[in-house]
Structures are given as structure tokens and as C-alpha cells.
Ligand binder design. Structure first.
Ligand code: AMP
Length: 410
């Protein structure tokens, strides 16, 4: 029988899924169910260069899973439910408990539930997604792949905040880091490219959410996001690093609650706060039309990337195999890469290969490549990230390890 694996990314009102055939890891279909429980729900499936979209009342995640399975069968993406041999779930937060992916059981579910306070915006939707999959497919092994896990190798000097130590011990206040699935994938690709495990990298995952990770000896050494995905770089709607005193000050000045201000820092700040637009294409269009706020937003965004490349270059003591750009902006926006490389060019001994840089984007001649000149001291590269693939790989390994273990017991 054919073996299929599902990768699930559940949100509070959405369910993204990708189905793969294994072991060849070929994507069969991907889809999205949106506005679950909001009265105007819909689903989209993409496969074989086809796109199917429909509106349908979907009241909760269990109904969403049933619609997904029905559509997979109806569109011959699977012949029978029994073909699904494993399910991988993206989970935002694993706290200090998980430094790798795990097979989900009752204890894991209890642990993830106890972590909701660290990821209140994401974890409830993800837990609903896992529970619904277990309810609909109780015999299929399910794996949790945490976005924080890869960063558990950071040393104390990287993950501790200079606040009362008891906040760490009693309340879990520390840097956890996010986008770990993407940073791990890029590290793995670079380990293969350089044919060594102990790569030193600065990985710039810059999309609508953005983070940079310093990779030392193939492991996460420092990263820009923190207790939550709010700090670090300027992002589409998140502020990145700001003076924490701004929160109390603006609460008093504008008569807002801490929750309201935190919401604004997450959803109405960053590029959007400065320019009114969060999508990089829109901000670029505004800037090209002379909009000074959009120009400022781009300048602040680029400056935040430059600052962290500098910081991590020093943290890695200048021992660097490559700087990597990835995610929506990193993969597609050549002028941003050019501005950043030109800024760091002199101190780091890097020169841009402009022709190559201008020709790399998902829709251009090249999708990946080296964008620094041959005689640059550090290579600068563009690599496509693939978080779904990383979740698939971990899920497949864990499900098959489990099978072997069970076989071994017999
Ligand atoms: P991500 O979160 O990785 O999906 O990245 C989303 C961001 O990448 C958005 O700000 C998009 O505007 C930007 N982006 C994606 N593709 C392009 C493109 N072809 N040109 C400019 N920006 C892009």
C-alpha cells in the first residue's frame, strides 16, 4: 500500500495541510481551510496544477479535519484513509521541555497544554488541530515538531535576560527563539553543501515574521526572537526591539491597557506601523512612489538586519562559513539583499555579485545561489526554506523509528 504523510499547521481559525507520498517525499496536495467557526469558512486545495476553492460552513477544527479528509478522498489524493501513516504538527512552543520532535501521547499533550501561557496566541489553535486529528485518525501516529526546539542548544549567555533570576526559575522568562524549523532546515542544507557538520552561519529568515540566528558548529548559538516572537528585527506588523518602558508610557499617555498595547506591538507595528502597509511588495511600491514613511520603514528594517549580522559576526568571533538569506523577503527582494551587503561590505570584506543577486527570486532564472563575489571573505547565499519538508522529515523518522521499536518488541 502507498504510504502518505500529512503535515499540519493549525491556527486559531485555520488549518493548513500538505500531503506527501513517502519515502520519495513528493508533495501530492496542499490546502488551506480558513475562517473556521467564523460563519464564512472556506477551503482551498492545490494539486496537479489545479486549484479547488469552495465555501462551506465549518464550525470547529474537527469539522475542518473531516472536510480535509473528505476532499482528499474525493479528489483521489488518497484512495483510502489507511494510506495515511503519520501526521506531523507544527507546534509553536516546546518551552525547555523539548529540544527535538516527539511522538504525541497524553503526557506530551499535557505538557503542551501547560505551555499555553508562553504561546497564548498560537498554542490553543494548534492543540485544537492535534486533538481533532487524533479524534478523526486515532490509530495514526502524530508527531509534534516545535518551532523553539532547535534553539535549545543556545548557551546561557545567549538565552538569559538580565532581569531577576527568579523570573527565569519561577516563571520561565528566557529567550526561547522561534522559526527553529526553518533555521534547522537551512543549517541542514548548508551542512550538505559544505560537506561538514560544524558549519558557522548567520541565517537571515526574513519574511513577514523575521529572525536571524547565529549557527555555531551546526547548532543554534543565538537568535533574535525571545520569550515570544515579538523582539529582534523590524517585521511586517511586529515592532522588534524597542525600549520596554514604551509600554507603560504609552498605556498612560493613550489610556490603553497592557494587553491593548501588546496587541498593537504585535499586529499594528513594524512596517505597517510606520508605512500603513505590512506586505513588502506594497511598502516597496509606496517607496518607489516617493512615500517618505515607506522609505523610512524599509531603512529601519534593513538597519535591524545589519545590526544583528554585525552582532553575530562578533559572537562567532568572525569564524563564518556563510550568511544566508531566506523566507519571502530574503528569497525574493534583491534590492534589500543588495542594500544590506553593501552596508556590511567594507568591515566584512564582502562584495556583492550584482548580476547573480539580481537574477535570484522564486519567479526568476535562479531560485538559490551565491550572491557574493569569489574573492569575498564570507560567502553570501540565497537558499529557499522549506519548513513543511523539515516537519515531514522529522515525522517520517519518528513514525518509522516507532514502527521498528514495536517490531523489535514483538
Ligand atoms: P513569508 O512570511 O516568508 O511568506 O514572507 C512574506 C513576505 O515576503 C511579504 O512581506 C511579501 O511581500 C514578501 N514577498 C514574498 N514574495 C515576494 C516578491 N516576489 N517580491 C517582494 N516581496 C515578496
Amino acid at each position: 500500500m502507498k504510504e502518505k504523510y500529512l503535515v499540519i499547521n493549525a491556527g486559531s481559525s485555520s488549518l493548513k495541510f500538505t500531503l506527501y507520498s513517502m519515502p520519495e517525499a513528493v508533495e501530492i496536495v496542499n490546502g488551506l481551510i480558513e475562517k473556521i467557526g467564523e460563519g464564512d469558512s472556506s477551503y482551498t486545495l492545490k494539486f496537479d496544477n489545479k486549484k479547488i476553492s469552495n465555501e462551506e460552513e465549518i464550525n470547529n477544527h474537527t469539522e475542518a479535519v473531516k472536510v480535509m479528509l473528505r476532499e482528499l478522498l474525493k479528489n483521489n489524493c488518497i484512495e483510502s484513509i489507511d494510506e495515511i501513516k503519520g501526521i506531523g504538527h507544527r507546534v509553536l512552543h516546546g518551552g525547555e521541555l523539548y529540544s527535538g520532535s516527539v511522538l504525541i501521547d497524553e503526557e506530551v499533550m499535557n505538557n503542551i497544554t501547560n505551555l499555553i501561557k508562553l504561546g497564548p496566541l498560537h498554542l490553543p489553535g494548534e492543540i485544537a488541530g492535534i486533538n481533532s486529528m487524533i479524534e478523526c485518525l486515532p490509530d495514526v501516529p502524530q508527531v509534534a515538531v516545535f518551532d523553539t526546539a532547535f534553539h535549545q542548544t543556545m548557551p546561557e549567555e545567549s538565552y538569559m535576560y538580565p532581569v531577576p533570576y527568579s523570573w527565569y526559575k519561577e516563571n520561565g522568562v528566557r529567550k526561547y527563539g522561534f522559526h527553529g524549523i526553518s533555521h534547522k532546515y537551512i543549517t541542514k542544507v548548508m551542512q550538505e553543501k559544505f560537506n561538514k557538520q560544524d558549519v558557522n552561519l548567520i541565517v537571515c529568515h526574513i519574511g513577514s515574521g523575521a529572525s536571524i540566528t547565529a549557527i555555531k558548529d551546526g547548532k543554534s548559538y543565538d537568535t533574535t526572537m525571545g520569550l515570544t516572537p515579538l523582539p529582534g528585527l523590524v517585521m511586517g506588523t511586529r515592532c522588534g526591539d524597542i525600549d520596554p518602558s514604551i509600554i507603560e508610557y504609552i498605556c498612560k499617555e493613550r489610556n490603553l491597557t497592557v494587553t491593548e498595547v501588546t496587541n498593537i506591538l504585535n499586529k499594528e507595528s513594524g512596517l505597517k506601523g510606520l508605512s500603513g502597509k505590512n506586505d513588502f511588495r506594497d511598502v516597496t511600491d509606496l517607496a518607489l512612489n516617493g512615500d517618505s514613511k515607506a522609505k523610512l520603514a524599509i531603512a529601519l528594517f534593513e538597519r535591524s538586519v545589519i545590526k544583528y549580522i554585525g552582532q553575530y559576526y562578533f559572537e562567532l568571533e568572525g569564524n563564518l562559513d556563510a550568511i544566508v538569506f531566506t523566507a519571502g523577503v530574503g528569497e525574493n527582494v534583491s534590492y534589500v539583499r543588495e542594500d544590506i551587503i553593501n552596508f556590511i561590505s567594507k568591515p566584512m570584506g564582502i562584495e556583492i555579485n550584482k548580476e547573480m543577486n539580481d537574477n535570484i527570486a522564486r519567479f526568476k532564472e535562479h531560485q538559490t545561489g551565491i550572491i557574493s563575489t569569489d574573492d569575498s571573505k564570507v560567502k553570501v547565499m540565497v537558499i529557499l526554506t522549506d519548513e513543511e519538508y523539515m516537519i515531514l522529515e522529522d515525522t517520517y523518522k519518528i513514525c518509522n523509528y516507532k514502527k521498528q521499536k514495536v517490531k523489535g518488541l514483538k
